[in-house]
Design a protein around this ligand. Structure first.
Ligand code: ADP
Length: 774
């Protein structure tokens, strides 16, 4: 390809040359003057001419005119470059045969413009079927097309050309219309168009000597893509061929892209009748050959939505926006598969409406989803098994533990001599440690399964701090370390879950005492943000203990994680406490954190935001009198029923109750309990849950059917430790819940509440948490 540049300034010539250098295979012919340019154009053919508006020996416009008039550049584009184009100049340029005028400063535009012309000079890489009965025309055009790079199968008649067309792989058909032989050009076109795509859609250029508007219209109706009148001007034919081939290639490209996406494309009419199907869609539905005249619903399984498939399909087609629906696809051999279908309206301008149905076989995705579902199911099943296992095991552990803790409590009450007292204290401490451990495991399991629900009741922050202090102070004192609470004035109208707040803080506090040998532990609480509706609090436990190495700081809140493996042996523990604190705090919408210097101490903190009550609250204040004293003073002589199948448990409970002055009847199972309740008017029933013959739940249900026992408080006493167990007790008609091992203070306070005539249970499991750590 040759570009002639006519420019007097060497610098601008260089700039122009650089701009054209981005095209491959361009040769430059450079001239500074009109004379030089004329000589160059006469000596060799040029494909593109750029002339500067002002040359040293003439103006560019007159040079352009001369190149055209003298026939030196008959067809190639001539472009004029000027710094200030005007309408008048544009008119003159048009008359002179100049192709376009560009401003010198808009070189980029010139380059884009030139690209189209230079691209058109590229070899025609296509295979053409050419039919022309005039031998000399056929030979001349064949030679010309071949020279331009095309592969040409040339024939004198359509009869000869037809089998070659059927067996060949052509990009384009160029055919004369008036032909000798059986088949005219029009019949050839007609036959081609009756073939299925892609053969039937090959671009066709008609050549004819009998050119008239009517003829042209006929030919277009027959299905030609373009038309050239004879005598053929080869350069024009080339331009048309290039155009058609380029368009076909672009279409091929989009087909290939679609094929690569594995998206099937089916074109349907408004009622869903198939007009065409691409390769992917055919493969998806197992179709070989033609598909036309079938409704697309034929490829969908109708039963899946109660025969509404056709309706859904019509709805999908009618929707303007792309929608995706799931169907079950059906291949022609009956095989079914999951299918995703969306619809897109195409060519809405041509009268009848057409829609492209885009289909995607989602078998793999579905299989993956099924697998995930199966994994999820089995995880859920395992989760349930784990919960059941934990529930059973904890029940089995808590029942004997009830005896251990209860008996040691009773022994301590007796005032044993020195050694024996110490031994009992050890048994008691060990029992409580074990109890704490079970609590941690159960809490963790509940948090992990997302079953733990928080309460939102009035909380006293001072009460929480005091409770935590009470639980750890003794241990701190026994280690010789100080324990201090620092809390400014706390709002009294906060709502939250005091049990869980206490638990979170107690985990910090007991760790602080555990990991500190000298110095002190400080517990603090402060308000960091306060508004009418909410209040943000920061709790902090600072110690002067062993501290945590920086590399372990990031993981101490993880479950089962201990900063230093050797600390397990030295200090004991499960690595669950901090994980529970974090889970609890996060459940409250807060966050946890720690800073620490090894050897100097640690500060564990958490921040939670609590709601403020709309109206001022009366937070339960501690009573002046202990529950035990209260019962002894006001309710001594009242008759209650204690139901438990385990002799030791009965003894423990009985011993605890003996100091209350209450009159205690005993039953060994639900059946006995129901009988007793029917015969006597009890003030309350303490009901074990798991018992032979008739369990506590059934007994409670029966008691609730007795007309005159509707108000009788039935309190579950059970080693079934999960939240769900508690709920089941309430569902069976029980009024409250005391977990085993029975903690005497809790027993007294719950009993007192019901002796006083409380309505509705309140959370009392706090007692276990406090006492388990005591
Ligand atoms: P446990 O104390 O039962 O091992 P935690 O989850 O409560 O489990 O604590 C995890 C680990 O974090 C502890 O084993 C200990 O290594 C470290 N840790 C927790 N609190 C402190 C503290 N106050 N000082 C030093 N190390 C601590």
């Amino acid at each position: 390809m040759r570009v002639l540049i006519v420019e007097s300034s060497p610098l601008y010539r260089e700039i122009l040359q650089q701009s054209f250098n981005r095209f491959r295979g361009v040769d430059f012919v450079l001239s500074a003057t009109r004379m030089e340019a004329l000589a160059e154009a006469a000596a060799q053919t040029v494909d593109f001419v750029v002339i500067s508006g002002q040359l040293s020996d003439c103006d560019g416009l007159s040079l352009g005119r001369q190149l055209r008039c003298d026939g030196l550049v008959p067809i190639a584009p001539i472009v004029l470059l000027t710094s200030s184009p005007s309408a008048e100049m544009a008119m003159d340029a048009e008359r002179a045969g100049i192709t376009e005028i560009f401003r010198k400063q808009d070189l980029e535009e010139l380059v884009v413009f030139a690209r189209h012309f230079l691209d058109a000079q590229q070899p025609l890489r296509c295979r053409i079927l050419y039919v022309e009965d005039a031998p000399e025309q056929r030979l001349a055009l064949t030679a010309q097309l071949r020279e331009w790079g095309a592969e040409v199968d040339a024939f004198a008649s359509a009869d000869e050309a037809w089998p070659v067309f059927l067996g060949g792989d052509h990009d384009l058909v160029v055919t004369d219309i008036v032909l000798g032989g059986h088949m005219t050009g029009s019949r050839l076109i007609n036959r081609i168009r009756r073939q299925v795509a892609p053969k039937g859609e090959i671009p066709i250029v008609a050549l004819t000597a009998f050119d008239s508007p009517q003829r042209r219209v006929e030919l277009f109706h027959l299905g030609i893509d373009d038309y050239v009148a004879k005598p053929v001007f080869p350069v024009e034919l080339r331009a048309r061929i290039r155009n058609l081939v380029a368009r076909e290639r672009a279409e091929e490209r989009s087909h290939k892209l679609l094929e690569a996406t594995e998206l099937g494309v089916t074109v349907v009419d408004e009622e869903g009748f198939v007009l065409s199907m691409d390769h992917n869609a055919k493969r998806m539905f197992g179709i070989v050959g033609d598909t036309v005249c079938r409704n697309f619903a034929h490829f969908l399984v109708n039963e899946q939505d109660g025969g509404k498939c056709m309706e859904s399909l019509c709805w999908l087609i009618g929707e303007q926006d792309i929608q995706r629906l799931r169907f079950t696809g059906r291949q022609v051999d009956g095989h079914v598969f999951p299918l995703q279908l969306s619809s897109l309206e195409i060519e809405p301008a041509d009268g009848g409406r057409r829609f492209a149905l885009l289909t995607r076989d989602v078998s793999d995705e579905q299989a993956l989803a099924d697998q995930l579902e199966a994994v999820r199911d089995s995880a859920a099943r395992l989760g349930r098994m784990k919960s059941e296992f934990l529930s059973n095991v904890s029940h089995e552990i808590l029942t004997p533990l009830n005896a251990i803790v209860g008996m040691s409590f009773l022994l301590k009450q007796r005032g044993l001599p020195g050694d024996a007292r110490e031994q009992v204290e050890h048994i008691d401490a060990a029992g409580h440690r074990l109890l704490g451990l079970i609590d941690e495991i159960l809490d963790f399991s509940q948090l992990e399964s997302g079953k733990l629900e928080l309460e939102s009741v009035p909380v006293s922050i001072d009460g929480i701090l005091a409770g935590v202090a009470e639980a750890v102070e003794l241990r701190a004192a026994s280690k010789g370390i100080g324990f201090e609470i620092k809390a400014a004035f706390m709002p009294s109208d906060l709502l939250g879950d005091s049990v869980r707040l206490s638990q979170a803080l107690l985990n910090y506090a007991s760790n602080a005492v555990k990991f500190t040998e000298r110095g002190s532990v400080t517990l603090s609480a402060s308000v960091i943000e306060d508004s009418n509706a909410r209040c943000k609090l920061r709790f902090e436990v600072r110690d002067t203990g062993i501290g945590i190495a920086p590399e372990h700081l990031g993981t101490v809140f993880d479950s089962f994680c201990q900063a230093d493996g050797s600390s397990t042996r030295r200090y004991g523990g499960t690595g669950l406490g901090l994980a529970i604190t974090r889970e609890l705090v996060e459940l409250m919408g807060g966050e946890v954190g720690v800073t620490s210097v090894p050897g100097m101490g640690s500060t564990f903190w958490f921040v939670v935001e609590l709601a403020r009550a709309a109206a001022p609250l009366a937070v339960l204040q501690g009573q002046d009198e202990s529950p035990l004293d209260d019962i002894a003073r006001h309710y001594a002589g009242k008759r209650i029923l204690l139901v438990d199948d385990d002799l030791v448990n009965r003894e423990v409970a009985l011993a605890m109750l003996s100091v209350t002055g209450l009159q205690v009847d005993m039953a060994e199972n639900g059946l006995e309990a129901v009988r007793a309740v029917r015969e006597h008017d009890y003030a309350a029933v303490l009901m074990d849950v798991q018992m032979p013959y008739m369990d506590g739940m059934q007994a409670a249900r029966l008691i609730r059917t007795m007309p005159d026992r509707a108000g009788l408080p039935v309190i579950a006493v059970t080693a079934n430790a999960f939240e769900g167990d508690r709920q089941r007790c309430f569902d069976a008609g029980m009024n409250d819940f005391i977990p085993k091992p029975i903690q005497a203070p809790l027993l007294y306070s719950v009993l007192l509440r019901w002796l006083r005539g409380a309505r509705g249970a309140t959370g009392n499991s706090a007692a276990r948490i406090f006492l388990s750590e005591a």
